[in-house]
Design a binder for this molecule. Structure first.
Ligand code: 13P
Ligand code: SF4
Length: 303
């Protein structure tokens, strides 16, 4: 089908099904373009929880669609690319968390939303990169088991030194591709360009950046920045929104290696197909959902 026609058909089906299309900021441009709402994982979780639409087409990776289902169990959540996973989310399993809890009985488990529903179900709190520091600072527990991202965990630990942080060894293989030298090379040019990075980057990268934030926090920084030029160190999909919101600024990607192949799996054809067939429904076991919801709600109460 020709692209223009495909978009018309998607919109027709969306109206017929009373569906909403949510897209993460790392999705390909044309998917962000047709989405009703695009945002970071925290914003999308909130949107999924409050929408009145009966069907949510979640253009992102599996843990995000699962989160939407946990928050809105009565709704149908469709993941257009069923094989779009997050390698970091798969680096920790339920059994790992149970063992960590046994070894650290006084610690609370704070689980990055990039995790499976089963892992959330054995965690005390969820967080995203947008609220991790605030959450860890404000919860009463002094000892925190932080899973699965060791980089976000050590970034939080640096900002909340009063708490004891026990970190898991997970990481995002996309953000890990950024090297300290990538930043040094730009700094050596003395261009006075702010470099903005996501907290999933390595600590030595975060230490050299001018701003560290979640995707929505990077967008906010860019909108408010007086600088004409900006360098961004997160997945390249963010450039779509950054350029749209800042047409007069020059925005550069820190490294061409910043591509998450899983985020790039969703195509317009996949969105059309799930709206047409209602296939690729995300289901979460009722007991897992009940427990995971407690951890997610504790996070949502904080923001
Ligand atoms: P955000 O929480 O900033 O949306 O990031 C999600 C993610 O997958 C980062 O790699
Ligand atoms: Fe997972 Fe990294 Fe891709 Fe985000 S960018 S979905 S953390 S692999």
């Amino acid at each position: 089908m020709e692209k223009k026609h495909l978009i018309e058909e998607i919109n027709k089906l969306k109206d017929k099904r009373k569906a909403i299309i949510l897209a993460h900021l790392y999705q390909v441009d044309e998917v962000q373009e047709i989405a009703d709402y695009s945002g970071d994982s925290l914003e999308l979780s909130k949107k999924a929880a409050e929408t009145e639409a009966q069907i949510i087409v979640f253009c992102g990776v599996k843990f995000m669609a699962e989160t939407a289902k946990i928050l809105s169990p009565a709704k149908t959540v469709l993941l257009p690319a069923l094989d779009a996973g997050c390698p970091m989310a798969e680096m920790v399993e339920r059994e790992d968390v149970i063992k960590l809890k046994e070894n650290n009985p006084h610690a609370a488990v704070v689980c990055y939303v990039n995790s499976s529903a089963e892992v959330k179900a054995v965690s005390d709190y969820c967080c995203t990169s947008a609220n991790a520091i605030r959450l860890v600072k404000n919860i009463p527990e002094e000892e925190i088991i932080f899973i699965p991202d060791r980089n976000l965990g050590s970034y939080v630990a640096k900002h909340v030194p009063e708490k004891k942080m026990i970190l898991w060894d997970g990481f995002c293989n996309t953000h890990h591709r950024i090297m300290e030298q990538d930043i040094e090379k730009i700094k050596e040019l003395n261009l006075d360009v702010p470099i903005l990075v996501h907290p999933e980057c390595k600590p030595e990268v975060l230490a050299k950046a001018d701003f560290v934030g979640s995707t929505s926090q990077i967008l906010k920084y860019a909108r408010e920045s007086l600088s004409q030029n900006l360098v961004v160190g997160t997945e390249m999909g963010i450039l779509y929104r950054l350029k749209k919101e800042n047409p007069d600024k020059n925005i550069y990607l820190l490294s061409p290696k910043l591509v998450c192949s899983n985020m790039k799996k969703t195509r317009l054809e996949d969105i059309y197909n799930v709206l047409d067939t209602l296939e690729n429904q995300i289901e979460v076991d009722a007991e897992v959902r009940r427990k995971a919801l407690l951890a997610l709600n504790r996070m949502l109460d904080f923001c």
